[in-house]
Design a binder for this molecule. Structure first.
Ligand code: FES
Ligand code: CO
Length: 321
């Protein structure tokens, strides 16, 4: 069965990471990729020159072409070799043509697919909402499988324990029953889970707030917090670099009236992720078990159960066991 992750969009690099006049190496689902920018936008190709297999990402971009660093084969934006320096009079053969991967820029990121994506990258309507402040956090590189990372993002019961004092209070760890439902657009939603929010800075913000999680795609989810009369949320997407290597990206949005600066949000997320990283890297088995008999589950794990069932239903094999 073809892994549906091949036909997904994956966030692979921040737009500003693409060097002027150069290329950027990247890896997606174990496939080595070269990214570069031409007049027509960002291009993503296998990072392999068709002549002797040198890495094209070590090459240079000039006159809207990518030039191999070894013998200078020069590839046009279409992926066609159009010049071979050692044979200036020779027209390069038609089969000297690299097959491009679909590439798009959204939310300040380059998104790539290795197959035929049916739609767009995960929806993020807040990105276009001028009344909201936004910042991108990450990438957080982690030695863990991508589904393990997304499941961690969806895990509500770890907040008062692993993020004691920041996202929860260990003396109030109880997770009330919540429902998980299918979203009409696909994926799953767990709406309005009451969560006790501690008061880290003594400004008496301790109160019950509600969290809503939506699983949008096999490796993308959305989080919203309500209850303080303010809007706050996250779009999260995991970049599956290799089987046990991933990068986590998040876009946070909030009401600017809160007076929170983007650097503060990023520092907050970094602090939280530093607590998650060693735990997720320690989880065994490394590949997320989709057989529900393999681990023990409780009502507070309902969203994780729905996630695992859904991955199994979709036939996601990469990063799962
Ligand atoms: Fe790229 Fe020879 S290996 S030009
Ligand atoms: Co966490």
């Amino acid at each position: 069965m073809r892994d549906p992750l091949l036909d997904e969009w994956h966030p692979i690099a921040a737009s500003e990471e693409l060097p002027e006049g150069g290329a950027l190496p990247a890896s997606l689902l174990g496939q080595e990729i070269v990214l570069w920018r031409g007049d027509r936008g960002v291009h993503a190709w296998p990072d392999l020159c068709l002549h002797r297999g040198a890495r094209l990402s070590r090459g240079k971009v000039a006159r809207n072409c990518l030039r191999c660093p070894y013998h200078g084969w020069t590839y046009s934006e279409e992926g066609q070799c159009i010049a071979i320096p050692a044979h200036p009079g020779v027209h390069p053969p038609q089969r000297a043509h690299l097959l491009p991967f679909p590439a798009r820029e959204r939310y300040g990121m380059v998104w790539i697919s290795l197959g035929c994506p049916s739609g767009d990258p995960p929806p993020f309507p807040e990105w276009e909402d001028g009344s909201l402040a936004k910042t991108r956090c990450g990438p957080y590189r982690v030695n863990a499988s991508a589904p393990r990372l997304l499941e961690n993002f969806l895990d509500v019961a770890h907040l008062p324990i692993a993020h004691e004092g920041i996202l929860g209070d260990p003396s109030r760890p109880e997770i009330p029953a919540y429902r998980v439902e299918r979203r009409p657009e696909g994926g799953w939603i767990a709406a309005d889970i009451p969560v006790w929010q501690p008061d880290p800075d003594g400004s008496s913000r301790a109160q019950t707030v509600t969290y809503t999680y939506e699983i949008l795609r096999p490796l993308a989810a959305r989080f919203r917090k309500t209850g303080e009369g303010k809007r706050y949320g996250i779009l999260a997407a995991v970049h599956p670099i290799g089987l046990r290597e991933s990068a986590f990206w998040m876009w946070n949005f909030w009401d600017p009236q809160q007076g929170v600066r983007p650097e503060e949000i990023r520092a907050h997320q970094e602090r939280i992720f530093a607590q998650d990283r060693p735990i997720v890297e320690s989880q065994r088995p490394e590949l997320l078990p989709l057989d529900l008999q393999a681990e023990l589950h409780l009502p507070s794990d309902r969203l994780a159960i729905a996630y695992r069932r859904w991955l199994a239903e979709l036939g996601v094999g990469f990063g799962t066991g």
